[in-house]
Design a protein around this ligand. Structure first.
Ligand code: NAD
Length: 343
């Protein structure tokens, strides 16, 4: 670290990487020291935006620079594991975009390498840094919702159709990371069904089901072939229900004082043993910090203060386990797959 600034290099300056470079460049506690990509147009853009950074197509320059503290990997998903592994082996604190790898075994290896090298490993589970998701977490943890029954997420659009990954790998990492974060458990069993309409072997729509050890259930519905643009997470509890709608500008979170309670005795009819209640609807004020800035700041703070990372290697591994298991379930007609069975 020079003058207490964390020196950061960003690799991958396609669609998303420039957002990371911009945020690290603007943090007072960080210095954007390197920009790396294989594409000359992307490098030219970086040169004009960041004249003080070294701009290169050679990743080895970043690895060899002992004064570089951290590497941010924002390349295409299949390269996350090899590039991330090299960064960790070179002793760099490493941030890798989601999903951290394509196989649970690769994610485990990254986690073990970070531990062995004593460096931070963080994954870009951006929504965990979203103020609205923080609010949901607070409501779950302080018991306001009562017992959480189930949580479901919709991430739908008529949007960018990818050829190298299906809608599950492209969209669901964010939702699965939020579900795991809210429920606070490691998923036990998953199943998934999906359909390929536009390209053979690439699912455009996927419905995935997750069971947690306590019995809480999660569901994700992801699609790039849908008339609605929807980014929604709903938590259903015994006392209250809450919806996070990221398409809303000023009512991101809505809390419904609605619920159903049962008093089961053998002789009662349905009408007698289920009581529904319909109370007020409450819209709490949610801060408007940019989640990406919060995420970048967190990475830098954890390095400077040697503090634990929120979206750490374990968090990353748990998401890849779900994706890996869902992918196997998709190939197997929706059969349930236990996350503990993955190799
Ligand atoms: N957090 C979010 O909300 C969010 C949003 C979009 C994308 N992403 C993630 O960001 C990552 C990148 O996605 P994208 O849409 O920007 O992809 P992209 O294809 O637009 O860009 C990837 C870039 O990486 C470069 N690259 C590939 N291999 C390289 C190597 N060995 N050395 C140097 N550069 C290399 C390519 O030249 C390209 O410019 C993915 O992991 C994606 O999941 C995250």
């Amino acid at each position: 670290m020079t003058a207490d600034k964390v020196r950061v290099g960003v690799v991958g300056l396609g669609y998303w990487g420039p957002n990371l470079a911009r945020n690290f460049d603007r943090l007072p506690a960080a210095e954007l020291a390197y920009c790396c990509d294989l594409d000359e147009d992307n490098l030219a853009r970086a040169r004009s935006l960041y004249p003080n950074a070294v701009v290169t197509d050679d990743y080895d320059w970043l690895l060899a620079d002992d004064t570089l503290d951290a590497i941010v990997v924002a390349t295409s998903v299949p390269t996350h594991y090899p590039l991330g592994k090299k960064a960790l082996e070179a002793g760099k604190h490493t941030f890798i975009e989601k999903p951290i790898a394509l196989k649970a075994s690769d994610a485990e290896d990254l986690l073990a390498t970070a531990d062995a090298k004593g460096v931070k490993l963080m994954v870009g589970h951006l929504l965990e840094y979203h103020p609205a998701v923080r609010k949901l977490k607070e409501l779950v943890d302080d018991g306001s919702l009562g017992k959480v029954y189930y949580v479901y997420a919709n991430r739908l659009n008529l949007g960018k159709v990818r050829t190298d990954e299906n809608a599950l790998w492209s969209f669901a990492p964010h939702d699965i990371s939020v579900l795991n974060f809210l429920i606070g458990e490691e998923p036990q069993e998953v199943s998934a069904r999906g359909e390929c309409y536009l390209q053979d072997g690439v699912e455009d729509v996927v419905f995935g089901y997750i069971k947690y050890p306590s019995g809480v259930v999660g569901h994700v519905h992801v699609s790039w072939l849908d008339p609605h643009k929807s980014r929604k997470i709903t938590v259903v509890g015994s006392e209250k229900m809450v919806v996070f709608d990221d398409m809303e500008a000023d009512r991101k979170v809505t809390i419904y004082d609605k619920g159903a309670t049962t008093t089961r005795t053998k002789f009662e009819t349905y009408g007698e043993f289920v009581t529904l209640h319909f109370g007020d609807i409450h819209i709490p004020r949610i801060g408007n910090e940019e989640p990406l800035r919060v995420e970048a700041q967190h990475f830098v703070d954890c390095i400077r203060n040697d503090a634990p990372v929120l979206s750490d290697g374990r968090d990353a591994l748990n998401v890849v386990r779900v994706l890996d298991a869902m992918e196997r379930s998709l190939r197997n007609g929706g059969q349930p797959v236990k996350t503990s069975d993955l190799t």
